[in-house]
Write a protein that binds this ligand. Sequence first.
Ligand code: DLZ
Length: 163
Amino acid sequence: MSSVKNNLSVVKGSSVPDVSQFIFGIVWAEWNTEITVAMRDGAIKTLKAHGVTDDNIIVRSVPGSFELTLGAQWMAEATEVDAVICIGCVIQGETKHFDFICSAVANGITELNIEFSMPFIFGVLTTNDQQQAIDRAGGKHGNKGDEAAITAIKMLALEQSFE
Ligand code: DLZ
C-alpha cells in the first residue's frame, strides 16, 4: 500500500513503536452509537498519542456492524491506508440476528486481512448486554477502541520487521 512505510524507523526496545508515517483508516458502525463513538474516539486518541496526525487518520461510518466488511474494503481500495480499524458493537438480542452478524463480520474481516495482505483490525464488541459494552468502551474494562489501535500499530511494526 503506502510507500512511506518503507521509510519507517521502528523504535527498538519499545513495545509500541512510533508509527507517525503510517496512514490509518477507521470504519465504525452507527448501531449502538454511544458505544462505538467512544471506541472510535479512543482509537483516534491512541493513534495520536503514538504520533499519528489527523491527516493520516481517515474515518468513515457504516450503518451497522454487518456493513463493516464492505466499508473497510472500499476504504482500502480507494485510499492509501496501511491498516484499517473496524469498530462495532453487537449486543445479544432475542433473535439469532446476533449470531449471524457476529459471524459475518468476523469472517468478512478475516478475509480482508488475507485478500489485501494488510491489517484489518477486529474492533467489534460482541456482548450479552449493554452494560458489558459500556464496561469495554471506556468503562471498568478499558476501551477496546484503544486496544484496536494498539493492535493495528503492532501489526504494522510486525510487517515492518519482515521487510
Ligand atoms: C439489525 C441489527 C441488530 C439487530 N443488532 C445490531 C447490533 O447489535 N449491532 C450492530 O452493529 N448492528 C446491528 N444490526 C444492524 C446490522 O449490522 C446491519 O446494519 C443490518 O442488518 C442491515 O444490513
